[in-house]
Design a protein around this ligand. Structure first.
Ligand code: PGA
Length: 250
């Protein structure tokens, strides 16, 4: 039987503390019992308000969208894994395509962040995915293989237990274009095989979420694909009604 799906909301640079409070006032009654694991990634400044607004619903998990790998020090503007954990985050997005392509984050930096997260007990949600040019050049699998190879072989079996992966084709993020369920399913199959090989025998296979223009209308089709263990939702997670519908898809 398939594990319960993971529904993850990446709010990106949206939602103030007051807006987070209003969001949960509307969202919680719509989702009285989640059919899967539910993880919200508010901006770090709204994390406390979001957690307070969802208190009483202990099954709802929270994460941060990024960390720096050092635990503390003179790194103006950054937040560390221990700080995120102390603020109530249990999960962290690492290597989101906006970090890679807007802020120039490298594969080596994503690896350092994954290790910093694991050392603090934060579960990393490692994002991988190809650009449209890479896909057209037939390099989609080679690109995710490179992104995974920078991180996975460096993990021991124990760390691998906490790891989650998201496949987010860059050309599908925020564009309204979704990978077809079959294309996505194919990439998820490849990522599952690569992860199993790189993590080695004995390590559990991490769940692989799909992300990129997930909407209430395509969520169920995507979740039906073998190998898609959940959804990482950006734009559609900002509307509590849309995200509630997505959370009922699996
Ligand atoms: P989107 O974003 O759902 O708005 O395409 C997904 C993501 O970037 O995680």
């Amino acid at each position: 039987m398939m594990a319960r799906p993971i529904y993850a909301a990446n709010w990106k640079m949206n939602v103030t503390p007051a807006e987070a409070e209003r969001y949960f006032a509307e969202f919680l009654p719509l989702v009285p019992r989640a059919g899967g694991r539910l993880i919200f990634f508010p901006p770090a400044l709204s994390l406390a308000a979001a957690r307070a607004a969802a208190s009483g619903r202990e099954e709802i998990e929270f994460g941060v969208q990024n960390i720096f790998w050092e635990p503390h020090g003179a790194f103006t503007g950054e937040i560390s894994a221990p700080m995120a954990a102390a603020a109530g985050a249990g999960v962290v997005l690492v290597g989101h395509s906006e970090r890679r392509h807007v802020f120039g984050e490298t594969d080596e930096e994503t690896a350092r962040k994954v290790h910093a997260a694991l050392a603090t007990g934060l579960a990393p949600l490692l994002c991988v995915g190809e650009t449209i040019d890479e896909r057209r050049a037939g390099l989609a699998e080679a690109v995710v293989e490179r992104q995974l190879a920078a991180v996975l072989p460096t993990l021991d079996a124990r760390s691998a237990r906490d790891l989650m992966i998201a496949y987010e084709p860059v050309w599908a993020i925020g564009t309204g274009e979704t990978a077809t369920p079959v294309d996505a399913g194919q990439m998820h199959g490849a990522i599952g095989r690569l992860a199993a090989r790189m993590l080695g025998a004995g390590a559990p296979t991490p769940p692989v979420l799909y992300g990129g223009s997930v909407k209430p209308d395509n969520a169920a089709d995507l979740l039906r694909q073998p190998g898609i263990g959940g959804l990482l939702v950006g734009g559609a997670s900002l509307d509590p009604r849309s995200f509630a519908r997505i959370c009922a898809a699996g």
